[in-house]
Design a protein around this ligand. Structure first.
Ligand code: GCO
Ligand code: MG
Length: 416
């Protein structure tokens, strides 16, 4: 008799700013369950509805062992496909089934995938600041904690926002050649971004940070898809002297054909992909060797199954993985990332958001980071659990996200 899916719970929780969605599959076998990440924080209610209305009725009663079949059927069973809401809902099921398979086999998921390629995964953390010296000081503080891969930003993703305390119309706080963002009368509230000032200021910041910390620490930077096409080409060239470990999301998914131009112009290493949903987005970048790191949001792709497939595809082309790991990937999602990292022959680096104590209490088994390395445990499955009682004490708030309402200085909408 196969073990089947008896019930599926959708757990939502918010112990921080991010609203998280977790799927718990309860099986016909007493006490056997699995957990998966289905978090699309900005539209979490839509994922919950997709799960409850469509995905859960589809999976109930099915054999838990048939992950491959389930993933492939779920992807097309709605006929229309490859959107963030449905992909996340499918990921909740997919990751939970890998967790269950591991528990049945008494093996960690990295063993199911092919076994360890390494003992621990290099992580990168985020240093920020409102001016170059503050960024440099934060990099040094991380180095003292043992981190060797550090992402440098100034003012978040380069915008000035009246919410993050930068103040509209103030200077961008770069000492010489100050950039002042002049907004029109009656400018609406929200985040503001000046692409040209961003480019100038980031170059100054990187130059300063390198002069303070030297070349042995690996620096990274996230453009967050905010630049237009020719500015992106120019910026990727301009940062070349700073020898970044990688430059992240230099272009938006809408502008992918420009990668070829960037590639012809610079040796800056490129990482791309957190907004990708559809294989058509990553296939040409990999097949034409236009990037160096793929960094999709694993639940946004549909779970561990598609991430495994992309890893192996990328490996053939000498491209490494750097899965998206912000605070809006749940701790379950971070555990899934780590199993892929420990197994992948072509792992590069893992983004790490440094969870707080509540997260560690709510998710027993949440991976630990020591000296810049993230370590797996040897528990079967994903090796992580959820304290549902504690999760229920932190219900999700309904609010309209403000940081995603970004504008250019004249007030016109810009990508966040
Ligand atoms: C990153 C990302 C995130 C995103 C966030 C959106 O590289 O970590 O760019 O911080 O902004 O996941 O919700
Ligand atoms: Mg990013």
């Amino acid at each position: 008799m196969p073990i089947t899916i008896k019930d599926v719970k959708v757990i939502t929780t918010q112990y921080n700013k991010q609203r998280l969605v977790i799927v718990k599959i309860i099986t016909s076998e007493n006490g056997l369950y699995g957990l998966g990440c289905a978090t699309f924080t900005q539209r979490y209610q839509a994922v919950v509805a997709a799960l409850k209305g469509h995905i859960i009725p589809f999976v109930l009663g099915r054999d838990v062992s048939r992950i491959e079949e389930m993933f492939n059927m779920l992807m097309v069973s709605g006929y229309w496909r490859n959107g963030p809401v449905l992909n996340n809902a499918i990921s909740g099921i997919d990751q939970a089934l890998w967790d269950i398979k591991g528990k049945l086999a008494n093996m960690p998921v990295y063993d199911l995938l092919g076994g360890k390629s390494r003992e621990a995964a290099h992580v990168y953390v985020h240093a920020d600041g409102s001016e170059p010296q503050e960024v440099a000081d934060n990099v040094k503080a991380f180095q003292e904690q043992g981190y060797r891969y550090i992402r440098v930003q100034m003012g978040g993703y380069g915008g000035k926002t009246n919410m993050a305390g930068f103040g509209i119309g103030n200077s961008n706080t770069v000492a010489e050649d100050r950039d002042v963002m002049i907004l029109p009368d009656n400018a609406p509230s929200g985040a503001y971004f000046d692409p040209r000032a961003y480019m100038r200021n980031m170059l100054k910041m990187m130059e300063h940070v390198r002069s303070e910390v030297g070349t042995s620490v690996e620096l990274l930077h996230d453009v967050h898809e905010r630049l237009g096409t020719i500015n992106a080409v120019q910026f990727a060239k301009d940062v070349e002297p700073f020898k970044l470990f990688f430059l992240e999301d230099i272009l938006a998914p809408e502008d992918l054909e420009w990668f070829e131009r960037i590639r012809q112009q610079t040796t800056t290493a490129l990482a791309m992909g957190e907004l990708f949903n559809n294989p058509r987005e990553w296939q040409p970048l990999i097949a034409n060797k236009l990037i160096d790191f793929i960094r999709m949001h694993v639940s946004q792709m549909g779970g561990i199954t598609p991430a495994r497939n992309v890893t192996l595809l990328a490996n053939h082309y000498g491209i490494r993985t750097a899965w998206h790991g912000p605070a809006d990937t749940s701790p379950i999602g971070h555990a899934a990332n780590l199993h892929l990292d420990i197994w992948a022959p072509n792992f590069g680096v893992q983004e790490w958001c440094r969870f707080n104590d509540v997260a560690y209490e709510m998710f027993p088994g949440l991976p630990e980071v020591r000296n810049g390395y993230m370590y797996p445990n040897d528990k079967p499955g994903l090796g992580i659990d959820i304290n549902e009682k504690l999760a229920a004490k932190y219900p999700c708030e309904d609010f309209v996200e403000e940081w995603t309402q970004t504008r250019l200085p004249d007030g016109s909408p810009s990508r966040p």
